[in-house]
Design a protein around this ligand. Structure first.
Ligand code: ASP
Length: 305
């Protein structure tokens, strides 16, 4: 038995391949890294990796994390520039007892020392987007203009669980800004005994509820993945509501040790993909509803069953 689940339509091509790899016996960690890396490498996907969203100064800084749900070890890179595949650096850092979360130059030096590929992550199209935005608006107008994180959770036939996340964070973010994506408990969490969860959306709000740890804790107490996502989100929404706020565009995915999956979102529609013995499918979750609505496929994914 195996299951892999990931956020947004962009995850689908890599996830479909990773599901086939899991079927052939590849471990959960390799499946996660394969899927995330595929998104990082695609210059057309503008919120992760190569061609990612620039900050206010026109530079692309990336956040990524990897967690092994069987050892509870974690690795992460924060605000890293020019690392072609931040997920590879995060995975290499996972397993270290200390110094497993590196930021900025430290992360970059680590990647170079490990022989990981380095590249200028800006593309003509990411720089055009940045230049156009600078030309039409003032930097002070706020940074919340574009984002999205690839989050992938996998369970393999041997009961191993892993999670990987990768993002360029918010478009036009303040230099040095770090979101929830590389922060354990907020952007992701995995414990092979109870389950795994990950979040995407405005990181500053996700962190306020430590949403991924919250969802895994709910699974530890017996909640299904779908109920855990829904309750974690509903609780944060309730608390923020009491403060006169609402959580910004947050979506969550979760996976149980027996391969059950679930998702919840504050968006009208949140697409996510799942691969298991039944095949690979792109779903959509609506706010606090069961993820059983098939996304109307666009041309690119029209073949999806
Ligand atoms: N959570 C990411 C961040 O705040 C962005 C996203 O997932 O859309 O950096």
């Amino acid at each position: 038995m195996y299951t892999i689940i990931g956020t947004w339509k962009m995850v689908y091509p890599g996830l479909e391949e990773a599901a086939r790899m899991l079927k052939e016996g590849v471990c959960a960690g390799d499946a996660v890294v394969h899927t995330v890396r595929r998104v990082e490498d695609d210059p057309e996907l503008s919120s992760v990796g190569y061609g990612g969203l620039p900050d206010r100064e026109g530079r692309v800084f990336l956040d990524a994390a990897y967690m092994d749900g069987n050892t509870l070890r974690v690795g992460a890179v924060l605000s890293a520039e020019n690392i072609a595949n931040p997920i590879l650096a995060a995975r290499l850092l996972c397993g270290r007892k200390t110094d497993c979360i590196l930021a900025g130059h430290g992360a970059e030096r680590f990647a170079v020392a490990q022989g990981l590929p380095m590249r200028d992550m800006r593309t003509e199209s990411s720089m055009k987007r940045w230049r156009d935005t600078v030309a039409e608006e003032s930097f002070a107008a706020g940074a919340y203009r574009g984002h999205d994180t690839v989050c992938v959770l996998a369970l393999d036939g041997d009961g191993r669980m892993a999670v990987g996340t990768s993002t360029s964070g918010l478009f036009m973010k303040e230099p040095g800004r770090v979101g929830d994506t590389p922060l354990i408990g907020s952007g992701f969490y995995a414990d092979a005994r109870y389950g795994a969860a990950a979040a995407t959306g405005l990181g500053e709000d996700i962190m306020r509820g430590c949403l991924s740890y919250e969802a895994v804790s709910l699974m530890r107490l017996g909640a299904s993945p779908e109920a855990a996502c829904r309750e974690a989100l509903a609780h944060l929404a309730g608390r923020l509501g009491e403060l006169g706020e609402s959580p910004e565009n947050i979506s969550m995915i979760a996976l149980s040790p027996d391969g059950e999956f679930g998702a919840a979102t504050t968006l009208p529609v949140f697409p996510f993909a799942v691969g298991n013995e039944k095949g690979s499918v792109l779903y959509a979750a609506n706010i606090y509803t069961k993820p059983d609505i098939h996304v109307a496929a666009d041309d690119e994914i029209a073949h999806i069953d």
